[in-house]
Design a protein around this ligand. Structure first.
Ligand code: URA
Length: 192
Protein backbone atom coordinates (compact mmCIF):
# COMPACT_ATOMS: atom_id res chain seq x y z
CA UNK A 1 0.00 0.00 0.00
CA UNK A 2 1.19 3.53 -0.80
CA UNK A 3 2.32 5.69 2.14
CA UNK A 4 -0.55 8.16 1.65
CA UNK A 5 -3.11 5.35 1.58
CA UNK A 6 -1.63 3.87 4.73
CA UNK A 7 -1.97 7.24 6.45
CA UNK A 8 -5.60 7.44 5.32
CA UNK A 9 -6.25 3.99 6.78
CA UNK A 10 -4.56 5.03 10.04
CA UNK A 11 -6.91 8.03 10.33
CA UNK A 12 -9.97 5.93 9.49
CA UNK A 13 -9.04 3.47 12.24
CA UNK A 14 -8.60 6.22 14.85
CA UNK A 15 -11.72 8.14 13.75
CA UNK A 16 -13.63 4.94 14.53
CA UNK A 17 -11.74 3.95 17.70
CA UNK A 18 -10.55 7.10 19.52
CA UNK A 19 -11.93 7.15 23.07
CA UNK A 20 -11.62 10.95 23.57
CA UNK A 21 -14.74 12.26 25.34
CA UNK A 22 -14.72 15.38 23.13
CA UNK A 23 -16.34 13.20 20.45
CA UNK A 24 -19.61 13.80 22.28
CA UNK A 25 -19.57 17.57 21.73
CA UNK A 26 -17.53 17.97 18.54
CA UNK A 27 -19.13 17.72 15.09
CA UNK A 28 -16.37 15.43 13.84
CA UNK A 29 -12.79 14.33 14.34
CA UNK A 30 -10.11 16.39 12.60
CA UNK A 31 -7.21 14.18 11.48
CA UNK A 32 -3.85 15.52 10.38
CA UNK A 33 -3.58 16.79 6.83
CA UNK A 34 -0.79 16.86 4.25
CA UNK A 35 1.88 14.72 2.68
CA UNK A 36 2.88 11.38 4.20
CA UNK A 37 6.36 12.16 2.82
CA UNK A 38 6.64 15.57 4.50
CA UNK A 39 9.98 16.52 6.06
CA UNK A 40 8.17 18.75 8.55
CA UNK A 41 5.24 17.96 10.83
CA UNK A 42 3.49 20.94 12.50
CA UNK A 43 1.59 20.13 15.69
CA UNK A 44 -1.05 22.50 17.06
CA UNK A 45 -3.40 22.28 20.02
CA UNK A 46 -6.93 21.30 18.96
CA UNK A 47 -9.40 22.15 16.18
CA UNK A 48 -11.43 25.35 16.43
CA UNK A 49 -14.97 26.00 15.16
CA UNK A 50 -14.08 26.15 11.45
CA UNK A 51 -11.89 23.05 11.62
CA UNK A 52 -14.67 21.19 13.48
CA UNK A 53 -17.15 22.12 10.76
CA UNK A 54 -14.90 21.24 7.80
CA UNK A 55 -12.84 18.38 9.26
CA UNK A 56 -9.43 19.88 8.35
CA UNK A 57 -6.82 21.36 10.72
CA UNK A 58 -5.73 25.01 10.62
CA UNK A 59 -8.16 26.43 8.07
CA UNK A 60 -9.42 29.38 10.17
CA UNK A 61 -7.58 32.64 10.93
CA UNK A 62 -4.63 30.89 12.64
CA UNK A 63 -4.39 28.62 9.59
CA UNK A 64 -4.37 31.59 7.24
CA UNK A 65 -1.48 33.09 9.20
CA UNK A 66 0.32 29.73 9.13
CA UNK A 67 -0.14 29.56 5.33
CA UNK A 68 1.34 33.08 5.01
CA UNK A 69 4.37 32.09 7.07
CA UNK A 70 4.81 28.94 4.97
CA UNK A 71 4.72 31.13 1.87
CA UNK A 72 7.40 33.37 3.40
CA UNK A 73 9.77 30.36 3.38
CA UNK A 74 8.57 29.27 -0.09
CA UNK A 75 6.56 26.31 1.13
CA UNK A 76 2.94 25.32 0.66
CA UNK A 77 0.54 23.44 2.92
CA UNK A 78 0.81 20.44 0.59
CA UNK A 79 4.59 20.25 1.21
CA UNK A 80 4.18 19.75 4.97
CA UNK A 81 1.97 17.81 7.36
CA UNK A 82 -0.25 19.64 9.85
CA UNK A 83 -1.94 18.05 12.85
CA UNK A 84 -3.02 18.66 16.45
CA UNK A 85 -2.36 16.93 19.78
CA UNK A 86 -6.15 16.67 20.27
CA UNK A 87 -8.29 15.74 17.27
CA UNK A 88 -11.68 17.03 18.49
CA UNK A 89 -12.78 20.59 19.22
CA UNK A 90 -13.01 21.37 22.96
CA UNK A 91 -16.27 23.24 23.79
CA UNK A 92 -15.85 27.05 23.56
CA UNK A 93 -12.25 26.39 22.41
CA UNK A 94 -11.15 25.82 26.02
CA UNK A 95 -7.73 24.25 26.65
CA UNK A 96 -7.73 20.45 26.22
CA UNK A 97 -7.48 18.53 29.51
CA UNK A 98 -4.60 16.11 30.26
CA UNK A 99 -7.09 13.22 29.84
CA UNK A 100 -8.23 14.45 26.41
CA UNK A 101 -4.59 14.85 25.35
CA UNK A 102 -3.77 11.35 26.65
CA UNK A 103 -6.76 9.83 24.84
CA UNK A 104 -5.57 11.24 21.49
CA UNK A 105 -1.85 10.60 22.14
CA UNK A 106 -1.55 7.22 20.43
CA UNK A 107 -3.15 8.62 17.27
CA UNK A 108 -0.51 11.40 17.18
CA UNK A 109 2.28 8.91 17.89
CA UNK A 110 1.21 6.71 14.96
CA UNK A 111 1.03 9.72 12.62
CA UNK A 112 4.55 10.78 13.56
CA UNK A 113 6.00 7.28 13.32
CA UNK A 114 4.41 6.81 9.90
CA UNK A 115 5.60 10.15 8.47
CA UNK A 116 8.94 10.03 10.30
CA UNK A 117 9.74 13.72 9.62
CA UNK A 118 13.14 15.36 9.88
CA UNK A 119 11.69 18.16 12.00
CA UNK A 120 8.64 18.46 14.27
CA UNK A 121 7.43 22.03 14.81
CA UNK A 122 5.30 22.74 17.88
CA UNK A 123 2.68 25.44 17.39
CA UNK A 124 2.25 26.65 20.95
CA UNK A 125 2.93 25.45 24.46
CA UNK A 126 0.33 22.68 24.59
CA UNK A 127 2.01 20.74 21.80
CA UNK A 128 5.47 21.43 23.24
CA UNK A 129 4.55 20.44 26.80
CA UNK A 130 3.09 17.13 25.60
CA UNK A 131 6.67 16.17 24.60
CA UNK A 132 8.67 18.44 26.94
CA UNK A 133 6.59 19.04 30.08
CA UNK A 134 9.23 21.20 31.81
CA UNK A 135 9.94 23.65 28.98
CA UNK A 136 8.50 27.18 28.89
CA UNK A 137 7.48 28.50 25.48
CA UNK A 138 8.81 31.98 26.33
CA UNK A 139 12.28 30.46 26.72
CA UNK A 140 12.20 27.51 24.30
CA UNK A 141 10.69 29.20 21.22
CA UNK A 142 13.04 29.23 18.25
CA UNK A 143 15.47 26.75 19.84
CA UNK A 144 15.84 23.23 18.39
CA UNK A 145 15.29 20.51 21.01
CA UNK A 146 16.62 17.01 20.40
CA UNK A 147 15.28 14.02 22.25
CA UNK A 148 14.37 10.35 21.96
CA UNK A 149 10.66 10.01 21.17
CA UNK A 150 8.77 7.06 19.72
CA UNK A 151 11.84 4.91 19.33
CA UNK A 152 14.38 7.31 17.83
CA UNK A 153 16.19 10.61 18.29
CA UNK A 154 14.00 13.38 16.86
CA UNK A 155 14.38 17.14 16.40
CA UNK A 156 11.76 19.65 17.53
CA UNK A 157 11.29 23.39 17.04
CA UNK A 158 8.91 25.09 19.50
CA UNK A 159 7.12 28.19 18.16
CA UNK A 160 4.46 30.49 19.57
CA UNK A 161 0.95 29.50 18.51
CA UNK A 162 -0.20 31.53 15.45
CA UNK A 163 -3.54 32.31 17.15
CA UNK A 164 -1.72 33.81 20.17
CA UNK A 165 0.52 35.81 17.85
CA UNK A 166 -2.31 37.08 15.62
CA UNK A 167 -3.35 39.88 17.95
CA UNK A 168 -0.05 40.58 19.68
CA UNK A 169 2.39 42.55 17.54
CA UNK A 170 5.58 41.61 19.36
CA UNK A 171 4.71 37.88 19.53
CA UNK A 172 3.82 38.02 15.85
CA UNK A 173 7.22 39.45 14.91
CA UNK A 174 8.98 36.85 17.11
CA UNK A 175 6.98 34.02 15.52
CA UNK A 176 7.71 35.26 11.99
CA UNK A 177 11.40 35.53 12.83
CA UNK A 178 11.53 32.04 14.41
CA UNK A 179 9.60 30.61 11.44
CA UNK A 180 12.16 31.94 8.97
CA UNK A 181 14.86 29.79 10.61
CA UNK A 182 13.09 26.59 9.43
CA UNK A 183 14.83 26.27 6.00
CA UNK A 184 18.29 26.58 7.61
CA UNK A 185 17.40 23.99 10.27
CA UNK A 186 16.08 21.60 7.61
CA UNK A 187 19.18 22.04 5.49
CA UNK A 188 21.38 21.18 8.46
CA UNK A 189 19.27 18.14 9.36
CA UNK A 190 19.30 16.97 5.73
CA UNK A 191 23.09 17.08 5.76
CA UNK A 192 22.94 14.82 8.83
N1 URA B 1 -5.65 26.00 16.35
C1 URA B 1 -5.07 24.79 16.51
O1 URA B 1 -4.26 24.57 17.43
N2 URA B 1 -5.40 23.84 15.67
C2 URA B 1 -6.22 24.02 14.65
O2 URA B 1 -6.45 23.08 13.90
C3 URA B 1 -6.78 25.30 14.49
C4 URA B 1 -6.49 26.27 15.34
Amino acid sequence: MQRDNKLKTLHEKWLAECTCMLRKTAIQGVPGDGSADAQIVFIGEAPGAKEDKEGRPFIGSAGKFLAEMLESIKMKREDVYITNIVKYRPPENRDPTPKEIADCAKWLEEEIKHINPLLIVFLGRHAMNHFFPDEKISEAHGVVLTSNHFGKIRHFLPLYHPAAALYNGSLRETLKRDFKTIPKILKKLNRG
